[in-house]
Ligand binder design. Structure first.
Ligand code: ADP
Ligand code: MG
Length: 719
């Protein structure tokens, strides 16, 4: 067989690389390494940094070290087969150490008198002399002086493949392929990026290297700066490709889609804002300004309005809806739950009571006739504002839908587009989220969306005090709760749903409220009614109740007929009862930070200070304790979100699959945020200048972009 008859390409099956063969190829396939290209781009998951050469008097027992010196003595001490011993002495200016090998008599041939070597391993004190048993020995050339110890790659392994074998296979792939790799980053772009990265204070001693250099150095870096440069190149490349794709998509959304312009005017603006019974915060004003600008254009607004619970997002949404109505178009407001839809309906009805705006409500508990009437009035245009739960609003007919507002949308990614079109045009979209999104995530998963943040809270809020409850405080806590109730306040008690299903697939169970096991809330309810809270009016709310029952329970609480509401996390989203100031969260270790913060938001809505106490049940792990400690210490939703993302990863918080973006191979958007920022700016400038990347110099990069993102982001016809 002539090995060179077929040159190796990226697609060559791994088994045809020298030294691999079909048996090992099968093992490698188990970790997804099928081709020579897979091996080449199997980046080390870590590196072994050998300790810099030490002096003899710096050696410490059990601490790995390396030493450069000359062999001054070398002999086979015992030749007994199976018990042979080879020993040698390495000497330099700082002293001498002994090295020993058992059953490796061949060492005597390499480690010979007068050779310069570098040894590394863990020294042990044997009597008065340091000894290295089975150290790693590197033979140095005469003139090599103090050799630089090599940084070794550490690869992910699979059963039956050892680290040194893996290193060999990857090296084989590098030798076979490195020369033929296509460069996707033109050199002027690399220079531009290098400058921008340095300006962003990324410690790049070496400019971003070309692909040939980078691929060698990511596997076998010459030193730490070389590794940084190579890694940064690949991180930048990966993020740039993503950001170019997102920039193309943003552009496409503005050029391919049509919406009716719904412009604002000084008069309309005044007419709307005069309805609000309070002074708007600066952030609210800024958000309204941006929305007014967006909605005046003939392509859809695609804006995400994020703000901590209680930051006043609803008012901003009302402004946007009134812009639509003021321009003789309809608006729809989608809420995730019926409770919330009804609450919005009431808020809108109250605020627009003396206006000509006609408001409709669509939700599951309505009768067929009522529902049909609402649908008819929506289609005929007799209803201006329609509020409802999301699922009921898909595919219904509007006379002229101008704006779609989606409230409390946590799971919203680049692929998420609501299918609501009317008369061949798309409505403008405003999405509201109370889960604050860290900058890194906003730039990636929400990369094609414009972002507005309400950071400022409306004035006159009482603030919230959070306590991490200990078991021995329960008594005192309930005494405090009762004192608050006696002062006329109201209280929430939140208990987790506990069931096998919930713990197994938390994400799905979130939606499957009808499936929930409510036994734990029910037993909490019973215990409190007959125990701590005997004599108070206590309500019970959970997802198993019918819509009517839920509504009745909520209304009784909102009207102050009940003092305490025991509930599952149904109350998490948006419920507004300003008089409720105390919340007890049980089994708190089961909740995510974002969720706890949402819950806490329920008691910071009035002028009285809120109090939240979280109790855990059972033993909690150190991580759980850490998480709850962060919750106790941090009241800022953005800081909490950052912490949550760091602890759980953005995927868990948002649902990685929801985002529509493929996972990153080397970049870590939380830690590589500065590179992400640079990539985003360069991508935007590049697309502004050459929207379709048609310059020949972009072809390799564009090909990579289309392969990775073309289908996912519907960039198809850009190609
Ligand atoms: P969220 O952002 O959680 O949806 P809301 O829009 O429900 O917050 O606002 C919370 C409460 O604050 C509501 O009762 C609302 O009427 C009130 N509010 C909103 N904006 C202001 C403001 N600028 N000044 C005073 N109160 C405000
Ligand atoms: Mg809200």
């Amino acid at each position: 067989m002539t090995e060179n008859s077929n040159p190796t390409t990226l697609a060559t099956p791994a088994q045809f690389l020298p030294g691999i063969g079909s048996m090992r190829a099968d093992k490698l396939a188990k970790i997804g390494l099928r081709t020579a290209g897979d091996l080449l781009f199997c980046f080390p998951r870590n590196y072994e940094f050998p300790a810099p050469p030490s002096k003899v008097d710096q050696l410490r027992e059990g601490q790995s070290a390396s030493l450069v010196g000359t062999i001054v003595d070398a002999e086979i001490v015992s030749r007994t087969p199976g018990k042979s011993i080879f020993g040698a002495v390495v000497q330099n200016e700082s002293g001498a150490v002994r090295i020993v090998f058992f059953n490796q008599p061949f060492r005597a041939e390499q480690i010979t008198f007068d050779r310069r070597v570098m040894i590394s391993g863990e020294p042990k004190l044997n009597g008065l002399r340091w000894e290295f048993v089975h150290p790693k020995v590197t033979l140095l050339e005469e003139d090599e002086g103090i050799a630089k110890p090599k940084i070794l790659p550490i690869y992910p392994l699979t059963e039956g493949v050892k680290q040194n074998e893996m290193r060999r296979y990857v090296s084989t792939a590098i030798d076979a392929l490195c020369g033929s790799l296509t460069e996707v980053l033109p050199s002027d772009l690399r220079d531009q990026a290098t400058q921008a990265l340095r300006a962003a204070e990324i410690d790049l001693r070496i400019p971003l290297p070309d692909i040939h250099h980078a691929i060698r150095s990511i596997h076998w870096p010459a030193d730490a700066s070389d590794l940084t440069a190579a890694r940064t190149r690949f991180v930048f490349q990966e993020l740039l490709v993503m950001q170019l794709a997102l920039a193309m998509r943003r552009r496409k959304l503005t050029t391919d889609l049509r919406s009716t312009p719904l412009p604002t005017s000084a008069m309309l603006d005044a007419r709307i804002t005069n309805r609000f019974p309070f002074e708007l915060t600066g952030d609210q004003k800024a958000a309204m300004l941006a929305i007014g600008r967006d909605m005046g254009r003939q392509f859809p607004m695609n804006r995400l309005l994020q703000g901590d619970v209680g930051s006043g997002k609803t008012v901003v949404a009302i402004y946007a809806m009134m812009l639509a109505v003021g321009n003789s178009h309809q608006a729809v407001l989608m809420a995730p739950t019926e409770v919330l839809a009804r609450q919005h309906f009431q808020t809108l009805s109250r605020m627009l009571a003396d206006s000509r705006v006609r408001i409709g409500l669509l939700c599951g508990s309505q009768g067929a006739a009522e529902r049909r009437e609402t649908l008819e009035k929506t289609a005929s245009g007799e209803i201006d504002l329609l509020v409802g739960t999301q699922s009921l609003l898909y595919g219904i007919e509007f006379r002229s839908l101008g704006l779609c507002v989606i409230d409390e949308q946590h799971k919203f990614g680049v692929r998420q587009r609501v299918q609501l079109r009317s008369g061949g045009v798309d409505p403008h979209y405003l999405v509201m989220s109370a889960t604050p999104i860290p900058r890194s995530v906003a730039m990636t998963m929400f990369g094609d969306v414009d972002l507005t943040t309400l950071r400022e809270k409306p004035p006159g809020r009482g603030g919230v005090n959070t306590y991490l409850g200990r078991d021995q405080w329960r008594q005192r806590w309930w005494t405090f709760v009762k004192k608050q109730l006696d002062e006329g306040r109201q209280a929430f008690v939140v208990a987790p749903r506990v069931s096998a299903q919930v713990t197994a697939t938390q994400g799905d169970a979130e939606e499957a409220t009808t499936e929930e096991d409510v036994s734990s809330v029910e037993s909490v309810y019973r215990e409190l009614c007959s125990g701590e809270l005997a004599g108070y009016q206590v309500g019970l709310l959970h997802g198993r109740l019918s819509s009517d029952e839920k509504r009745a329970v909520m209304e009784a609480f909102a009207d102050g007929e009940t003092d305490v509401l025991v509930s599952t996390t149904v109350i998490e989203v948006g419920i507004d009862v300003p008089n409720a100031t105390v919340m007890t969260i049980l089994g708190a270790q089961r909740f995510g930070l974002a969720q706890l913060h949402q819950l806490r938001g329920r008691v910071s809505r009035g002028t009285h200070a809120g109090h939240v106490c979280v109790f855990t049940d059972g033993e909690q792990s150190p991580e759980e304790f850490e998480r709850l400690k962060v919750f106790e210490d941090t009241s800022d939703g953005f800081e909490l979100a950052e912490a949550d993302f760091k602890m759980r990863g953005p995927g868990d918080v948002f649902g990685a699959r929801q985002s529509g973006l493929p996972p990153m191979r080397i970049a870590d958007v939380m830690n590589d945020i500065d590179v992400l920022q640079v990539a985003r700016e360069i991508a935007q400038a590049t697309i502004d200048e050459d929207p379709e990347l048609s310059d020949p110099k972009w072809q390799p990069l564009k090909k990579q972009l289309m392969r990775r993102y073309g289908k996912r982001l519907d960039l198809g016809d850009v190609a």
